[in-house]
Design a protein around this ligand. Sequence first.
Ligand code: G4P
Length: 526
Amino acid sequence: MSAKEEIQKRKTFGIVSHPDAGKTTLTEKLLLFGGAIQEAGAVKSNKIKKHATSDFMEIEKQRGISVATSVMAFPYRDHLVNILDTPGHKDFAEDTFRTLTAVDSVIVVIDVAKGVETQTEKLVEVCRMRKTPIIVFINKLDREGKDAVELLDEIEEKLGLHVTPLSWPVGMGGLFKGVYNIYEKKLLLYRPHSKQSKEEVFEIKDVHDAVLVEKVGERAAEELRSELDIVTHVYPDFDRKKYLTGDLSPVFFGSAVNNFGVKELLDCFIDIAPTPLARETEERKIDPFEDNFSGFVFKIHANIDPRHRDRIAFLRVCSGKFERNKNYYHVRQDRQMKFSNPTSFMASRKDVIDEAWPGDIVGLYDSGNFNIGDTLSEGEKLHFKGIPRFSPEMFRRVINKDPMKTKQLNKGLDQLMDEGVAQMFIKELNGDKIIGTVGALQFDVIQYRLEHEYGAKCDYEPLSIHKACWIDSDDDQALQTFVSRKKKDIALDKDQRLVFLAESAWVLKMTQETFPAIRFHFTSEF
Ligand code: G4P
């Protein structure tokens, strides 16, 4: 197979959802279609069990599972699909965001009863910034939930997406009869807990066809007809170009656990989802079809268990062909490296691979050489653009509990931050180290890992900080004045950039009004 064919075969995406919306279930059904697994239950839920959110062994178990299910590849209709897991547990970390840099599209799963939930909002915001193509799957139609139109409104409003339904539910919950697939003009009848078979799919090019009434009854048929009438008037026609630029998101309805509507979703995904896309570096745009290999590390997995200190760096191949035992250029370290055991991930199996293509994710055993965002190339000094860091939501000051181990503490903190566990800000005024996270669990993880991996002990002092804002100004003098006036709230991030730590939304607003020459940014890239 030619390089071009290899690349065009691949579709690399992530499933984004709030915990419990059905991501694991959907992933499993997709893998079943691809024959990557043979039975249900093979993909472990990567959730931390609700009752044990601060149990470290649970954290470790969860991390272990999440590495096994980090990337799942399966073949389908002459394509190779790579699903990247975006850990969606309650206390998700920075690296959940970063995984989104490695995908070419996403599927967002929404629970029909719960609608759009907070974590989905955050993750979709990242996708929107990157103009990632998005397909929405509304799940659990076998249960009573929100009205379809209401849900689409909510998706548009809360997620800022323009949507167009490509399927439409016939009834819901106890009265759920199936979905009408607008994309393929087919009616799918719902049979709970049965495998979808051909007999339950009917081609209905025209909804006035008598077959519709025969299959779902007069009342449901009438309802569907009038709803579809509204749908076609209110929502735009599907336009693949708009989908590919992130400007239009098709929506499907179904029930993952019943494997209902999943095949339709997958078929449409295969038809429309992008093959590996070009990627921006600070230097130039990298086309996947270029001969020379390039790729970047988007995630690092380290074992908490001190007896197994190995780390795995996850590399997304962006161009050319990656080969085992070939020398590549590690741009940040300015040196050559080769890898004798690069792995691929097939469901829960890990295999050593000889080659990988754009769109693929390769696991590289790492003894501390990689940071998130590092580039490998064939010699060119490239720096892939990542996603910006966002303001964390929780902040605590680090207290060193063992001054004899200060060096270890500092080293540990630096390395954990490089891994993307959390963000650290250092106060200009007194050198205080402030850790910011998106989930409370990360504080426990850091404390535990500092002690077990670096022999350092820390405690935390809670801080009331509302947001960290990156600041800049066209007026140097104004910036200097601001920094000296707000000294106690100024810190530096890991790239030595100025950050203003706002105590509350009100303080932030007042500060913005008082210092109009200063720009306040809520992400690190501006
Ligand atoms: P997540 O990865 O997004 O966190 O969600 P997961 O797939 O684990 O699904 C969360 C729960 O929702 C599971 O039930 C799962 O069986 C259920 N679920 C998924 N799809 C559907 C659906 O289409 N309809 C209905 N009614 N339920 C669905 P659980 O009780 O938490 O776990 P389990 O014991 O069933 O595994």
